[in-house]
Each structure stands twice: as structure tokens, then as C-alpha cells.
Write a protein that binds this ligand. Sequence first.
Ligand code: ZN
Length: 399
Amino acid sequence: MKITGDQQLIKKMNKTIVLDTIRQRQPLSRADISAAIGLNKATVSSLVSELIDSHLVTEMGPGESSGGRKPTLLHFNRSAGYAVGIDIRVNDLLAVLVDLEGHVLQEKTVPLADFTPEHVLEQIRKTIRQFSKKLPESPYGIVGIGIGVPGLVDDKSRVVSAPNLDWNQVDLYESLASEFGPNLHIDNEANAGAIGEKLYGAGREAQNLIYLSIGIGIGSGIIVGGELYRGTSNFSGEVGHMTVAENGPLCRCGNRGCWETLASEKALLDRAAKLWSDSHLDLEEIIQLARGGEPRAVQLLDEIGARLGVGLANLVNILNPELIVIGNRLSLAGDLLQDAMLRTIENRSLSYHRKKSGVAFANLGIRSTALGAASMPITMFLSEPDPALAQEGSPSAGL
Ligand SMILES: [Zn+2]
């Protein structure tokens, strides 16, 4: 008789399921797990023992008894290790050190004097080393690193093009993996932001979600059925370059009338430079003026809100999402853009499509990308919960 099942593989899968159940429903008992996933109690107990041995699960005080002996409750040990998330932005890096549940322990903004890959890589290395110096004792130390890049990243983690950084074909992976280990994830910043908002932010309950990153340009991360939609070449989501005005302004991509030439932070600032020709107002100053009732500022944000609504109506019609989350810089002006934006969606999208679609502003503020980036190595680490990986007494394994 041919053996069709791989016992080791099945055991590994079951262990991941047990760990996921504990993470999602903690605190709970072994009997609760058994009831929840339908594995027998002996198997659950043996897998839980292994997870306790590998420091990923801890036992805590007894829970409520339903008659007999009080059961011991299990918790996910979110401090078994840590991850670093980095958002490479246009003027600086935002870096976070998080535990395995995404709680921020350390945060750092590093200004970038220049954008050459060498300089940015050096700042990334320095930041990770600084984080690891102040790392609490833990069995696994830093388990991995995630980086969000404002550009196209292929499925081999190579940055194919990042126009705002003037990068073409930059390989961050090779030079960082040699120092920090292979659990290193490099992705488009909007994809990372989408994952961040799905796991920890406004999109936790949504299965079909579009995260819009609106800064100098407009990018998006599209989550379909709970998973990121990556497209054939990993380049999906460039919604900023959908044409919304046939003869509109020239875009940096070469096309005319791209959505981001009309509704991004840059579009807003270009317009502001014409309205207030004697002073260079930034987004924060324009927001402040609008909150004070300055009519030109109010009108300008209203215009941008309406233009945002045009593209959003297209996305609602095409993808019929449950939720659109607007993140990055322009979300700072959310309350001022909202009315015109919602009105335009209402006027321009198909009624059956928008019925169940909601629009929200990012819960994680400007941290969506950094937190989403940090979650990628955590997901990878937890999918291979192997006690052999734990390096006892080493606070910074892999460094
Ligand atoms: Zn374009």
C-alpha cells in the first residue's frame, strides 16, 4: 500500500492551527482548543506541550470550572520574539520594533539626507542595530525584518523602480540578508499598509478591502478574500495612474490626467502654490487654515475631496469592496475631505455596488506601512514554529 500522507507535514499543519487558535481566542484551555478545531484532546495536549517548550505559548492561572478541576488557561507568548518594520518614505524612514502581536516597543524616525541606496541601507542597518541593543531578553530575539518601499517590488524582493527615490533595480535583500538573516520581506509600501490595516487597524473585520496610500502619489493594496491580491508580476494596485481626465495634467509616468495628478498631496500642494503664491504652505499649514475657516483652504480641500471621490467611485464599481481605507499623508485631512469625497462617490458610483461599501481613514495613522511590514516576518516565523530555532540566552538571535 502506498503511503499518501506525510505525517510530519500533517503534524506541522496541526501545530500551526493550534497556535493560530490560541492567538485568536486566548485565553483558553486545551479542551477549548479541542472543541474549536475538532482534534482529539491527546493530540492537542501533545502539540501544546511542544508549543510551550518552544516558548510560544504560556500557561497561566486556572480558568472557570464547569464542575470538575479548574482548567489551566493558555496564552500566546507575544514576547517570545520581536520584529522590525520599516517604511521608507520620501524624506525619512519610519522604523518600529514590535512584539509578535504588533505592539510597538520602540519607534524611530530617521531623516534621510540623501536617497542613494547605500545611504538608505546604512541608515536601516544602524536603526536595526540600535533596536537590538535595547531589546528585552527573549528566546528568539529579532525574528525578522519587513520593509515597505514607495515603488514597484518584484516577487524576488527586488525594487524594480521607485521614482521618488530615483531607484531602479535596487537589491535591498541581498545586502541586508547577509547581516540580519533570511526572514526579510521587502514589499510595496501600499501593500504593506493594506496588510497593516487588515491585521491591526480599520480593516480587521473586512475580507475585501482596498487600502489607499495617498502622499506624493496614490498607491493601493488590494485585499481579496482576506489575502493580498498581487497580480501577475507583483505590481498590482497602481490606482494612482488610472486616467480620470483625458487631457488632464502630465503625470510623471508620461500619461495625462492620472488620478494622482488631481487628488494626491502633490496635487494639493501644486494648487496651493498657485493660490498662495507668496508663501510655500505645507499640508499641515493648509489643514490648519481650513480648520480656522479660511475660505480658500476650505475650498481647496473640498476640491481635492471631490477628485478623490471620482477615483473612489471607479474602484467601488470595479471591485465592490467592503471597505476602502485611506492612509498615509492625506488622511491627516480626512475630516476636511470627507464630505465632498462621499458626495462624489454617492453621485458617481453604481447604487448596488456602493450599498455595502464603507470608507474609513487609517486607524494606524502614518504607521500602517511600518506595522504591516513588521507583520510579514512574524507571519513567516509563526508558520514554522520549531523549538530548534530558539537560541536560549541569546537576546538577539540572527543579529
Ligand atoms: Zn501616471
